[in-house]
Design a protein around this ligand. Structure first.
Ligand SMILES: Cc1cc2nc3c(=O)[nH]c(=O)nc-3n(C[C@H](O)[C@H](O)[C@H](O)COP(=O)(O)OP(=O)(O)OC[C@H]3O[C@@H](n4cnc5c(N)ncnc54)[C@H](O)[C@@H]3O)c2cc1C
Length: 422
């Protein structure tokens, strides 16, 4: 049995591990911190706008496992908030343990607090990775799912310094990409105004630090919108990794979502300013802990790769999630992770890689995102099913649908029903 080593246990790495395991591989998943899900630990929004279509397509083509587990962690389903429809919000505390148990039940060997810091190559072949001097993991195929958040030196260089986010670099050591360790040249996102990388676009406030009325609204509806009296948020939206929340509504209101904590849809705001807003007088940041100063820097170290999610220059290395390009979101990470895991397993079996058809949003998304990245356009535009340029494209090409029956029929017409079950 061939061995696939997945480095990074965010949504992309988890999806890659599940896909490779379904193909009968011996799968090892290495995660540097003590929790799986990476930035998914502070996310939570699923199915908003085009992500609904993408999730249902993935379920219909046989990659339903993680989507269904996530649905089971959602207290709020089918809710709307400014610019976004049909969203679900998963509970960020509940999800990670459920996923870890599921991976272990499937027979995936999960190693926590295992930070890969060295790679050994023989010509174009990656042979093994090290986590410290004495821990070696050999593999036939490898997947880089290390994301792009941090490390501290990037947050200092391109952001406002380390603001103590969920990545917890001082405790577990900074993010290190596997492709980087193999010597691959990386590229960065920028905002067209000289800002390198992108700043994470939301923070968590402790729900209990909000006014009773805001807590009640969040409990009842999952959403609370607080209009602002002035332009205190300013143009923070242009530096955000998630352009789908860069509209005027997010400059004029504080939008809060109930993901267990209160997810605030701006990158950061000085605590003194935040506490001037009615209902937020006693507010405290939960993530990042110094959210009054800034947020984590992302997308400053991505790997050139193709539609099969093969990384450039290393024969047996695949790549997925944010590491594979400016493809932002949990759903997006689950899509590219599934393809990377499946293709790594196919190659390990001596078969050809596959790609998803462009008639499906998930196939078109991967192709479009990577083509745009090649032309450098994608480096400014971040790609997500949930808004901005790619959601516009979905609508133009009639790829967007919230009709589950219609999505299933289309998948069946394309002969894709059991694609990830074969
Ligand atoms: C604050 C914030 C809020 C967000 N909110 C949402 C949201 O609500 N909805 C949404 O769809 N998207 C959201 N996103 C974006 C989304 O979280 C990401 O685009 C997506 O989850 C990326 O997944 P990933 O697996 O590629 O990377 P990551 O989530 O970054 O995971 C990478 C993992 O690799 C590990 N790792 C790194 N280096 C090593 C190493 N050398 N060895 C071993 N392990 C390593 C890391 O510890 C991490 O666990 C949010 C992002 C942030 C930062």
């Amino acid at each position: 049995m061939s061995r696939i080593v997945v480095v990074g246990g965010g949504w992309a790495g988890c999806a890659a591990a599940v896909a490779a395991k379904k193909k009968g591989m011996d799968v090892v998943l290495l995660e540097r911190t003590d929790m799986l899900l990476g930035t998914g630990l502070v996310g939570g929004i699923m199915r908003n706008n085009g992500r609904f279509t993408a999730a249902e397509e993935m379920i219909a083509i046989g990659a339903e496992e993680l989507f269904e587990l996530i649905d089971g962690c959602c207290k709020y389903k089918n809710i709307d908030f400014p610019g976004h429809k049909n969203a679900s919000l998963y509970d960020i505390s509940m999800a990670q343990r459920r996923i870890k148990l599921f991976l272990k039940e499937k027979g995936i060997k999960v190693f926590m607090e295992t930070r890969v810091d060295e790679a050994f190559k023989d010509g174009p072949f990656l042979k093994k990775v090290y986590a410290g001097k004495n821990r070696v993991f050999e593999g036939d195929f490898f997947i880089d799912a290390t994301g792009t958040a941090g490390p501290q030196k990037n947050c200092a260089k391109y952001g406002n310094g380390c603001v103590m986010c969920i990545m917890r670099c001082p405790t577990f050591g900074g993010r290190t990409g596997l492709a980087d360790l193999c010597g691959t040249s990386l590229y960065s996102a920028e905002n067209g105004k000289g800002f390198k990388g992108a700043m994470s676009g939301s923070c968590k406030l402790m729900k209990d630090s909000l006014s009773r009325q805001l807590i009640n609204n969040l409990e009842l509806y999952g959403v609370a919108v607080v209009p602002l009296a002035d332009d205190s948020i300013g143009d923070l939206t242009s530096i955000k990794a998630c352009q789908q929340y860069a509209s005027q509504e997010y400059k004029e209101n504080i939008v809060l979502l109930n993901t267990g904590h209160a997810k605030m849809m701006i990158p950061f705001l000085k605590l003194e300013k935040l506490q001037e807003i009615p209902g937020l007088e006693n507010s405290r940041y939960e993530d990042p802990y110094s959210g009054g100063r800034g947020n984590s820097i992302r997308l400053a170290g991505m790997v050139p790769c193709d539609e099969y999610m093969r990384a450039e220059n290393v024969y047996n290395l695949f790549c997925c999630g944010e590491k594979a390009g400016p493809m932002v979101g949990h759903t997006e990470a689950l899509v590219t992770g599934t393809i990377a895991g499946w293709n790594a397993a196919l190659k390990a079996d001596g078969k050809e890689c596959v790609k998803l058809p462009e008639d499906l949003a998930v196939g078109d998304y991967i192709k479009y995102s990577l083509i745009k990245t090649e032309k450098k356009e994608g480096v400014i535009n971040k790609m997500t099913f949930s808004g901005s340029v790619y959601f516009d494209r979905m609508k133009e090409k009639s790829l967007y649908s919230i009709n589950i029956q219609q999505i299933r029929e289309k998948v069946s017409r394309l002969g894709m029903e059991n694609f990830f079950r074969a």
